[in-house]
Design a protein around this ligand. Sequence first.
Ligand code: LLP
Length: 427
Amino acid sequence: ARTVERGADGVVTVGGLPVTRLAEEFGTPAYILDESDFRARARAWRDAFGTDADVFYAGKAFLSRAVVRWLHEEGLNLDVCSGGELTTALAAGMPAGRIAFHGNNKSAHEIERAVAAGVGRIVLDSFQEIVRVAHIADRLGVRQRVQIRVTVGVEAHTHEFIATAHEDQKFGIALAGGQAAEAVRRALKLDGLELIGIHSHIGSQIFDMAGFEVAARRVVGLLAEVRDEHGVELPEIDLGGGLGIAYTSDDDPAEPHEIARALREIVGRECASAGLRTPRISVEPGRAIAGPTAFTLYEVGTVKPLDGLRTYVSVDGGMSDNIRTALYDAEYSVALVSRTSDAEPLLVRVVGKHCESGDIVVRDAFLPADLAPGDLIAVPATGAYCRSMASNYNHVPRPPVVAVQDGSARVIVRRETEEDLLALDVG
Ligand code: LLP
């Protein structure tokens, strides 16, 4: 579905539009998002899971009103994890019943808004929250559909900051020591709650299905315990998000239909052996849908060769539009996209314009030795967790998101201005 091509003049086009024109019209840096690719990926997930399972796009990866509309049109649901994401989802017309509300520290006000809006599920993350949501639902006179998030004790092989199912971290309620079973006990007693299932999210940027397999087995184990103790078969399980994408050519992600088949098989098998009806499965991919659909377009500013080391290529953005390299040691690739070059490849480090040496966008890459100020370079796979984690460090306004499709481009998130920043200052 991707529409990125390189013309004979070396200029890369996306959605039929040359990046040189996009840079002229929208400026740099800019996130250039391929709308048909986004929609195609969303559809692929929805089709892979079919009508007896649900796909909730994880809005934290990248959310805007346009994205919410695309998801709605393509038949996906939406996972939000803050009042701000909830507001965007509702403002863009996502039916509340198709929204799941997450978070380890939802405020009473956020919970109240979610319950009042009628969100399809709230994912409970602690014992205190079980009571908190039940009280609010009582007060509003509704029975809120909820899931309980459990930590299954899996070490996902990913960066420490984005692995979530091992025990020593802030999310969920541990299966170990009967904690999750106790949470179910409490939730089942509260009139304000309709406990519809169990939730597990083991981490992010994962390639190995083994972690999901262990998680599914343990969650089904809990469902069996619940049946034995309460005579209730909880109808749903959510296995979270976390499927990895290719940031460099070394990564080899699975396709949604392979993931769907594997999850169905695991859950089906485990339920059969426990004598349970197979619950409705849901998943929450964020990165796998949004990540590959955008690249960041930068203009080269200065090129500084350091003898015997490498060449530092400075671009007009940096850690404020892509914090992932600095934060997770993430790997990215980069390409010259505004012309051809026969020059030999040169070892470079692509860095930003911020006032610290950790401001690295691409740690190690090769670019042509004749790279010069004014060249445009692109960093692929920045559709997830780049705009959504962008900051105003050094009072740098955040870049726009430009959606391209079939030869036309439109801004779906506008560029911030220095006036926007100044307007926050009082006095
Ligand atoms: N569901 C839950 C409950 C989550 O916490 C997350 C991600 C997802 C779904 C979506 O995961 P995905 O499919 O996108 O991997 N900022 C980090 C990633 C943090 C992910 C947090 N939770 C990064 O840039 O890699």
